[in-house]
Ligand binder design. Structure first.
Ligand code: A3P
Length: 408
């Protein structure tokens, strides 16, 4: 669906020090009626707004938040479709355009409402900036969200004639999607310290779901017992959600078939659920291009992708702790170093440090960023040992191979 430039009816003037009138805004064609309704809608004090860019783990966070908000009522969660418990505002256009109020069901919904939207800050109702309901924002590495979007479009009958690489290439060449993407996330990132905003990332949910659940409980002033936490971790696991007919958007796909008489492809909504899965679908050339695109687009905002993914917040002490723990774990009683080919201990990273002798290229780096070796192709292979500098550049961690002194 093509988008067009739209002029917001009002701007969040007292949030962020920026000239909102110069901020480009886009929305799908003929969306004026919907935008007017959204602009004028009554925001409730106890609303929770889940705001994301597409394919950033929205559904995952939506189910998590709905359960926290509804006192872990797994019974209802397993009975009712998520889309009906927590409406997606833009999908109401597909459902109810031309039938009086597009938002009539949203208006009728019982409190506390959990509302999902992909709209950017300037298109939200102005009452969001005055009433300040709770807002949850989730971001994801664009390389993964673009690939996920490709399969999403395929699921709904589109993009059958392009490869994921072509899709990604078109995505980054498109001025609108570029603006949409980076303004959307950087504005919410800039507001992340506001008490009414909780900002997190898909990558963080993947690496530490328990902490994210705890954060959301705290954010929504809810207590959670250990038994409830265990239930949550099970219910929200990839395997459970893949098989959960109430959350994997079967209902939404049915509506699309009914309304548009469209064929849908049999691609599971909860598809791969990986950090760095894009590497299976995109060519190295297009990955490099996307890295440059991200880098260039983020420069004026003075943030890096790692900042936005919350992957720079580790503290020095944690680094020392992780280093010494790993040293202890890898050293045998005879003093020889025992090698492990799997290292997921990405915690505690500083911006730059020298890797230890025999250190494994961390799995997270292998999937999030490519391990680069300017001198030997040998150290490109995942999980191999080498001496290197791992330094963080604007595009992510780059591992370089500065010396000849590397292990087998
Ligand atoms: P992939 O297509 O990369 O697998 P959204 O809900 O914003 O549309 O995001 C969909 C993405 O979130 C999909 O990514 C989907 O697999 C992933 N996802 C949904 N539930 C998940 C879970 N429980 N664990 C991990 N990833 C999940």
């Amino acid at each position: 669906m093509r988008e067009e430039v739209v002029v917001p009816k009002s701007y969040p003037t007292n949030l962020l020090n920026k000239d909102w009138s110069k901020r480009p805004c886009y929305f799908e064609k003929n969306g004026e009626k919907f935008l007017n309704e959204v602009h004028d809608m009554e925001v409730r004090d106890d609303d929770v707004w889940l705001i994301t860019l597409p394919k950033c783990g929205t559904t995952w966070m939506q189910e998590l938040t709905w359960l926290v908000l509804n006192d872990f009522n797994f019974e209802i969660a397993k009975q009712e479709y998520l889309e009906l418990r927590s409406p997606f505002l833009e999908f109401e256009i597909d459902l109810y355009d031309g039938e009086g109020s597009i938002l009539k069901n949203v208006t009728k919904l019982k409190s506390p409402r959990l509302l999902k939207t992909h709209m950017p800050l300037p298109l939200l109702p102005p009452q969001v900036w005055t009433k300040k309901p709770k807002v949850i924002y989730v971001f994801r590495n664009p390389k993964d969200s673009i690939v996920s979007q490709y399969y999403h479009v395929r699921r709904y009958g589109g993009a059958s004639d392009v490869t994921p690489t072509e899709f990604a290439q078109n995505f980054i060449n498109d001025e609108m999607s570029t603006h949409q993407h980076f303004l959307h996330v950087t504005e919410f990132y800039a507001l992340r310290e506001e008490p009414w905003i909780y900002y997190t990332s898909y990558e963080r949910m993947k690496s530490d779901l328990r902490s994210v659940i705890q954060d959301v409980c705290k954010f929504l002033n809810k207590n959670i017992t250990e038994a409830q936490m265990q239930q949550m971790l099970h219910h929200l696991s990839f395997e459970e959600m893949k098989n959960n007919t109430r959350t994997n958007h079967i209902w939404e796909a049915e509506q699309v078939r009914r309304i548009y008489n469209k064929k849908t492809e049999d691609i599971s909504f909860v598809r791969k659920g990986k950090v760095g899965g894009y590497k299976d679908d995109l060519t190295p050339e297009v990955i490099d291009k996307i890295d440059i695109w991200i880098n260039d687009e983020l420069k004026p905002h003075n943030v890096t992708l790692n900042d936005l993914l919350l992957q720079n917040n580790e503290e020095f002490l944690l680094t020392i702790f992780t280093c010494s723990t790993l040293m202890m774990m890898t050293t045998t009683t005879t003093g020889r170093v025992k090698r492990s080919y799997s290292d997921q201990s990405v915690h505690g990273y500083m911006t730059e440090r020298t890797c230890w002798w025999n250190e494994v290229c961390k799995e997270e780096f292998q999937s999030l960023f490519r391990c680069k070796c300017p001198q030997f192709s040998y150290c490109r292979s995942p999980g191999r040992y080498y001496n290197a500098y791992c330094s963080m550049t604007d595009t992510g961690y780059i591992w370089t191979q500065p010396t000849w002194d590397w292990g087998p």
